[in-house]
Every structure is written in C-alpha cells, then in structure tokens.
Ligand binder design. Structure first.
Ligand SMILES: Cc1cc2nc3c(=O)[nH]c(=O)nc-3n(C[C@H](O)[C@H](O)[C@H](O)COP(=O)(O)OP(=O)(O)OC[C@H]3O[C@@H](n4cnc5c(N)ncnc54)[C@H](O)[C@@H]3O)c2cc1C
Length: 488
C-alpha cells in the first residue's frame, strides 16, 4: 500500500467529518509547538497523529536545542553571546540561501528558549566544558558545533549553544522535552485524534489545500481545514526509496536515526501538490572520534595516508569530509600517551605499531605516505601551528612511536545519520512551489522541511529541534492570524 495518495479533489468530498482552522499532521515537536501557538492565539486546531501517542522522533532524540544570542542559561554560565554573533557564526558555517529564516532563527533564539522553559522543558544552569556529543550528567549547556574550529573561530566569537534538556536517568532529553510539551498540549485541551493516518491532501479547483484524507480504525474520512493544513509528519530517514536515491553511501552503510513513522509521509504529501524540495542529498552523520577528548590530539588520515580534516571539528563535519575520501576509508592514529577507545561509533581497533613503516604496511597506505604526514604534522605541533588544517592549539601534540590505530571508515563503523533536506517553506512556514510562491492552504515545519544546515559540514547538534519548534510556532501564529482575518 502506498504511504500517501492523492491529491483528492475537494469537489469529490461528500462529507467532512471534522473541521478546524488549522489541521496539523503529526504530533512531534513541530506539530506540538504549532498547535499550542495557534490555539492560544484563538484558532481552532485539530492534530491528526498516526501513532497511538504523540512524540515522534522528537521523543527519541538527545534533547539538544541549538539556541543562543544570550539565553538565560548562557548568561548564568558566564558566556557572552548575542544574536549578531550567533548569526555571524551560522552565516559563515552554512550555505543556506534562506536569509530571512536564518536571521529570525538567531534573533528569536533567546526568547524561544524562554518559551520552551515556560512550557515546562527543563534546562540546568550549568555548562559542560569538555568535548562531548551529548551529556547525561545534568549540565544544560555544551558546545555542539564548529564554533571553535578554524576558520569560524576567527569570524564569530565562539559560544556554546547546545542547550541540553535535563533528565538524569531518563531515556533521553528528547523524551523529557516531549513529555513537557505533550503535557501542555493536553492540559490546554488541544484536540488530537490518535491512530489517525493522513493518507492524502484535499485540493480545490484553485489549487488551494482545503483538507486531508484520513485512515483510522479501518475506515476513511475527510477533515476540512478553513485556513490551512500543516505538514509536521517528520523525516524520511526510514524511507529506503528516498534515501537510497539521494544518499546512497549512508543509506547502504549507515544507520538512519528515527522511528517507524519517519517514512517520509510529510515529504510525499508535499510532493502530491508540488511543494519544492531542497538539499535532498544533505545529511548529518555521526560516529564521533571523541570522547575521550584526548583522541582529538591524534590525527585522522585517509587511505592515501594523508590528513583531510582538522581533528577537532564537530563530529558531523568529520563524517562529511570522510565521506568524500577514497572508499570512505579513514584511520585515527594515536600514540601511547593519548590512547583510549572512542566511546561512539564502534570503531575497530586495528593494532599498535612500533614504527611508521610497520603501520603503513598494515594499513595498506602507500609506503612513505604516513612518514611524510607525520613529519609535517609533528613539525607543526612543535612550532605551535597546524599549518595544514588549523586544529586549535588545545589539541596540539607531537605524536611519538609506538602508535595505535582505529579504523573509522564509513563502511566499517556505525555511522548514525539523519536527513537535512526536504520541503521548502518561507519564514512563516508556508509551503512554497518551485517558483517560490506559497501553495495556498499549506504549511510545513520540522524534519519534513529542509534544514538551515545543508549537510554535516554545516550542522550543529540541536539545530533540528530548535528550528522545528521555532518555525512550528511561526506556523501556529500565522495560521491564527489568518483565521482572525489577516491576509494569507
Ligand atoms: C536518536 C535521535 C537523536 C536525535 N537527537 C537530536 C538532538 O539532540 N537535537 C536535535 O536538534 N535533533 C535531534 N534529532 C533529530 C530530531 O529529533 C528530529 O529531526 C525532530 O524531532 C523532528 O521533529 P518533527 O516534529 O518534525 O518530527 P517527529 O518528532 O518525528 O514527529 C512527527 C510525527 O508525525 C507523525 N506522522 C507521521 N506520518 C503521519 C501521517 N501520515 N499522519 C499522521 N501523523 C503522522 C509521527 O507519528 C510523529 O509523531 C535526533 C533524532 C533521533 C532519532
């Protein structure tokens, strides 16, 4: 059975079983935030959720929100940040052409943090100061991007912006966040139909989306939307057809992040009415070499024995650069002083080697290649500057025999990944067609839309939950304003 059908012509709908101003497809973070904002602003909302409960991938997530510009956690932890510094960093690291969205993401970030806390999402006023992918020790703030990485550290003042939801002992910070948001949705009486699978959009003769077709309890019915329908149905990470076409390497060797309903229903519903798509090859993958953070003092080389990246980069950037190497193959070379097992990624420990020549032969890299790489690297370290990739001095160290090597190749390690491309929207969350025009009556937000970061080079952990919740709120406010008489 196809995931979606349609679009269904409105003229053929004999009866609408429900009507609301804003009909939201999916109760993950984007849908929940839209629903709260729309209902509070006076709109009639109906959420249709395919699962037996809300949460989606949001409830499985680590619960990191990329927020800044001077949030109360940043300030309490002694970090200076401003919307301008946040923008300067994100402008430098991303290639997005959605300038208005990027600016609004930065300008509203600190107040959006306050809003999340006001819904009951908890963040501790304590910072984790080491390199980590996430923390489960209660800190509410850590660095989750490339802020301290060259050249970005020269373009914007680095500040940690990974806001980690608290919840020691919980299965994940995302679960804590979604419990709070879903609790608020319930307390405020937002109407939700569960086990309601939206299978198609309903369009009138003018191309306006006026409702949806729903399959529930073995039957089918139609729901009418006076103002609009919002696609908040999550990612397509678990849709093999879409991922094998767009991201063949990771689709073959990596492990997609998500839960069973992340089969791309939102994307496919958008396709039926001509929503434009952007960045469909983009993804962020992770099999971080840290922690322990001392491993960053090693070097990462490809199958030609050459470095290709600064080892202190955000783990998603490392995976992106690695994917570009021959056979997506790479090795992490350490010495005795910094040896440790990477916590993530199931990287394979190969062996320890007394000499560079022995190591070159065992790794199958060209004879002399590692000797040349190490000679230049060690000279740089001794001189205090990584002239090739500008690794931050915090991670400088001369490497000495004996060496130890982990293979971190994409086909051999566990690279978890999620897509970053998707449907195109404007800053209000209105879905756009190929000409950049809003498709009347259709909104979208969250992981079925394209992210501000186009790939792992650009991403910072937390950008998905932060943008999904913030732009979800934009949809709610816009739809409520239209319901109250503002132009669509
Ligand atoms: C393990 C893991 C860790 C992650 N960690 C982070 C992190 O720390 N920070 C971060 O920013 N991002 C993280 N992400 C990514 C992030 O969780 C997602 O991108 C984000 O939660 C997407 O939110 P959403 O509301 O768009 O979709 P979801 O939360 O997936 O919600 C979509 C909802 O739509 C419903 N639905 C789907 N199809 C239909 C349909 N046809 N009809 C009705 N309902 C439908 C689903 O059942 C689901 O409830 C992580 C993801 C995973 C899986």
């Amino acid at each position: 059975m196809p995931i979606v059908e349609g679009p269904f012509p409105a003229a053929a709908v004999a009866e609408w079983s429900h009507t609301a101003d804003l009909v939201i497809i999916g109760l993950g973070i984007a849908g929940a935030c839209a629903a709260l904002e729309a209902q509070r602003a006076g709109a009639e909302v109906l959420v249709l959720e395919r699962a037996g409960a809300g949460g989606g991938a949001s409830a499985l997530s680590q619960g990191q929100f990329y927020l800044g510009g001077g949030t109360s956690v940043q300030t309490a932890c002694g970090y200076d940040d401003s919307p301008d510094e946040m923008y300067a960093f994100l402008r430098a690291v991303t290639t997005t052409d959605e300038e208005d969205k990027l600016r609004s993401f930065c300008a509203e970030s600190a107040s959006h943090f306050d809003w999340l806390e006001a819904q009951g999402v908890p963040f501790a006023r304590e910072a984790y100061k080491h390199k980590a992918v996430y923390t489960r020790t209660g800190e509410g703030l850590l660095s989750t991007g490339n802020e301290k990485v060259w050249p970005f550290r020269d373009k914007a003042k680095p500040a940690p912006r990974g806001h980690q939801v608290s919840g020691e002992g919980e299965i994940s910070g995302g679960n804590v966040a979604m419990k709070a948001l879903l609790g608020t949705v319930e307390r405020e009486g937002v109407p939700v139909l569960y086990e309601a699978n939206v299978i198609g959009l309903v369009q009138d003769d003018d191309g306006r989306v006026v409702g949806v077709a729903v399959r529930k309890d073995g039957g089918e019915f139609f729901v009418r939307a006076r103002v609009g329908v919002m696609l908040a149905a999550g990612s397509f990470n678990l849709n093999d057809d879409v991922t094998s076409e767009n991201m063949p390497l990771f689709s073959r060797y990596g492990k997609p992040l998500g839960e069973p309903t992340n089969d791309g229903a939102g994307l496919l519903l958008g396709r039926t009415v001509g929503v434009a798509e952007r960045g469909m090859h983009g993804l962020v993958a992770t099999a971080s070499i840290y922690p322990p953070e001392d491993l960053i003092k090693g070097i990462v080389v490809n199958a030609e024995g050459r470095r290709f990246v600064a080892e202190d980069v955000y783990h998603g950037r490392m995976a992106n650069k690695l994917a570009e190497q021959p056979d997506a193959k790479a090795f992490l070379i350490l010495d005795e002083e910094i040896f440790g097992y990477p916590k993530h990624g199931s990287h394979t420990f190969l062996d320890a080697y007394e000499t560079v020549e022995e190591m070159e032969a065992a790794l199958g890299v060209p004879a002399g290649s590692l000797a040349t790489t190490l000679e230049r690297y060690n000279a740089d370290m001794a001189a205090g500057e990584d002239t090739e990739f500008h690794k931050h001095p915090d991670w400088h160290k001369v490497l000495e025999a004996p060496y130890a090597v982990f293979e971190i190749s994409i086909p051999r390690s566990d690279y978890h990944w999620m897509s970053l491309g998707g449907l195109v929207t404007d800053v209000d969350g209105r879905a756009l067609n190929e000409s950049g025009e809003p498709i009347p009556g259709l909104y979208a937000a969250g992981a079925c839309t394209n992210h501000l970061a186009q790939d792992g080079d650009e991403y910072a952990s937390g950008m998905s939950l932060a943008a999904g919740s913030l732009f979800g709120r934009h949809v709610g406010r816009h739809a409520a304003a239209v319901a109250a008489g503002a132009p669509a």
